[in-house]
Design a protein around this ligand. Structure first.
Ligand SMILES: [Zn+2]
Length: 297
C-alpha cells in the first residue's frame, strides 16, 4: 500500500488508523481513510488512494470544497486570526529589511502582517485565484518554490511555510526547492499540525477522524519533521510548540465528543486558557508544531 518512505527511505509501514477522515469543510467526512506509520522516522502518511491530487491546489474547486470561499476577503477571514501565533513563533528573529518568501502564502495574510518591515516579499502560491491581488500589493509572485528558485536562486534572506508541508507529495523535494531559493545560512520557519496533539491521546476514538484529513498526506511529530528538514540540507535550530485553542475547547471535546472551536464554558476564562496552553506547549502536546532551521546551502 505504501512505497518506501519519502522522508527516510525505510520500507517499514504499519497501519495505525483505518476509518473516516475529514473531507472538505467543517463537519464533512469521508469513509475509508487509511493511515500508515513509518518505522524508520515515525512520520504518518495517508494512503495515496485517499489523498487529494497535488494539482488540486491550483484549482478554485479546492478552496470551494474546503469551505474557504474563493475571495481574498474570505481567505483573510480565516487566516488573519492565526497570524499572531505565526509571528510569535518567529520570536526573536526580525524580518526588517529582509527579502522574505512565504511558501504557500494563500492570499497573503501573513505577508500583510510583515509588509511594513520586510525589504521585499516573495509570495509563492499555486492558486492563481490570489495572484492579481498579491502582485497588486507589490509582492513578487510565483506558483511554486521551484519557479522562484529558478528565477532568483539563493535570493531570499528568510522563508516561512505555514500549514503547507503536510499537503505536498514529497516533503523533502519541497524543502529542497525552498533551500535553493534561500541564501546560505538563511532561516526557514515551518508550521504543521502536531501529530502529538493531546486530543489524539485523550480521544483516540473520536479525534483521529477529525485530525486526519483527505488534503493532508503527512502527519509529523517533532522527530519526523526534523528528519525531513535535515534530509533536505537544513540544520535544525529549534522546535517550538504553540497551541491555538483554549481549555474550554478540550473540555467541550471531552464532554460532547465533537469539534468545539473557540466555544466558551462558564468558569473557564483566559487565565485557564493560559495555563492549559503553557502546559501543552512545554510538554510538546500543542496543536501546532513549528520548526526553525538554517539553510546549510
Ligand atoms: Zn520514514
Amino acid at each position: 500500500m505504501f512505497q518506501p518512505c519519502e522522508i527516510c527511505g525505510a520500507d517499514d509501514w504499519s497501519v495505525t488508523y483505518k476509518g473516516p477522515i475529514r473531507a472538505g469543510g467543517f463537519g464533512q467526512q469521508q469513509a475509508g481513510g487509511i493511515v500508515g506509520r513509518c518505522g524508520g522516522c515515525g512520520v504518518e502518511r495517508l494512503d495515496e488512494a485517499c489523498s487529494v491530487d497535488s494539482a488540486a491546489y491550483e484549482s478554485e474547486a479546492y478552496r470551494a470544497a474546503m469551505g474557504q470561499g474563493l475571495s481574498v476577503e474570505e481567505f483573510f477571514a480565516h487566516a488573519d486570526p492565526t497570524q499572531l501565533q505565526n509571528l510569535t513563533a518567529l520570536w526573536p528573529y526580525s524580518l526588517r529589511g529582509k527579502v522574505v518568501a512565504d511558501i504557500g502564502c494563500g492570499a497573503g495574510s501573513f505577508l500583510d502582517h510583515i509588509a511594513g518591515i520586510a525589504g521585499r516579499i516573495i509570495a509563492v502560491e499555486p492558486t492563481p485565484l490570489y495572484h492579481d491581488s498579491l502582485s497588486g500589493r507589490g509582492y513578487t509572485v510565483y506558483p511554486y518554490a521551484a519557479d522562484a528558485a529558478k528565477a532568483e536562486p539563493a535570493s531570499a534572506d528568510a522563508a516561512v511555510t505555514f500549514q503547507v508541508i503536510e499537503h505536498v507529495p514529497d516533503p523533502v523535494a519541497f524543502l529542497k526547492d525552498i533551500a535553493a531559493l534561500l541564501k546560505p545560512g538563511a532561516p526557514l520557519l515551518i508550521a504543521t499540525p502536531n501529530r502529538a496533539d493531546i486530543l489524539m491521546s485523550l480521544l483516540p476514538e473520536e479525534f483521529p477522524s477529525f485530525y486526519y484529513r483527505r488534503v493532508h498526506r503527512w502527519y509529523f511529530d517533532a522527530t519526523s519533521l526534523r528528519r525531513a528538514v535535515e534530509r533536505a540540507g537544513f540544520q535544525v535550530q529549534e522546535e517550538r510548540f504553540l497551541h491555538g485553542f483554549g481549555m474550554a475547547n478540550m473540555l467541550a471535546w471531552l464532554r460532547d465528543r465533537k469539534p468545539a472551536g473557540h466555544a466558551r464554558l462558564p468558569g473557564i476564562d483566559r487565565a485557564a486558557d493560559a495555563q492549559w496552553k503553557a502546559y501543552l506547549e512545554a510538554s510538546g502536546q500543542a496543536d501546532t508544531l513549528y520548526l526553525l532551521a538554517k539553510n546549510s546551502g
